[in-house]
Design a protein around this ligand. Sequence first.
Ligand SMILES: *[C@@H]1O[C@H](CO)[C@@H](O)[C@H](O)[C@H]1NC(C)=O
Length: 246
Amino acid sequence: MKCEFLLALFFVGVLSCAGQEYSKADSFKISLIWPNSYCLTNDHDCRPSVPQYFTINGLWAVGSDGEVMENCKTGYYLTDKIITTNKVDLLKFWPDLSTYNFQDSKKLWKSQWETYGSCAADLMLAEGYISKAMNLRQSHNLYQILTNAGIVANGSSYKADRILTAIRKSTKFMVDIVCETDRVGNVYLSEVIQCLDNHGKEFVDCENKANNCDKDPIFPDPLFTSAAVKARRNASPMKRVTKIHA
Ligand SMILES: *[C@@H]1O[C@H](CO)[C@@H](O)[C@H](O)[C@H]1NC(C)=O
């Protein structure tokens, strides 16, 4: 009797261990960034000109705990061949904003696959992951949606709720947005996150949340961006000393 009980416990143990190893995505998220905002925050070093449309930040598998899954074990790789096949799309819609160089950009795409793509590998291989991200980005023209709603990228600020509502009305699904703050306290619209079902196929509602948008975020254009970047450079200690002497 006792032995049978222990045996049963042993099997339960084996089953639960197997369950832990086999973790599957509960949902997916695609994050798009507004390049100007990216360049204005976190002292990101950007190339002289960046796209004036939303570009891909990441395609993420989300676990049952609601957390983005990272660094899953997979035997699949994002090879140079796959990258070269998708070169035009990747450079255009998933650019490394610090460089125009294709070779240098490969690091970004490979690390994205290893960190996030690896957790989607049971559903889509690396080719599928890239084309999935491209197709999702293409399903909605967020820049146009915002412009049509009077949310123009011209350096003005807009209520976070207004941004969420404009995108929800046009795409029919709730999204989340993320704001980022620069060193002098300006808050920018930096990311739009759209949610997908457990196959990464259909859009579903996100939480309609505005993260870190403590103030109405600025939606910056290139003019605003270059002026702010210049001001940031002038504010460095070396420059300030020069100015006093001048
Ligand atoms: C930006 O565009 C909005 C909407 O057209 C307008 O209300 C606002 O005054 C503009 N801001 C600037 C700085 O031109």
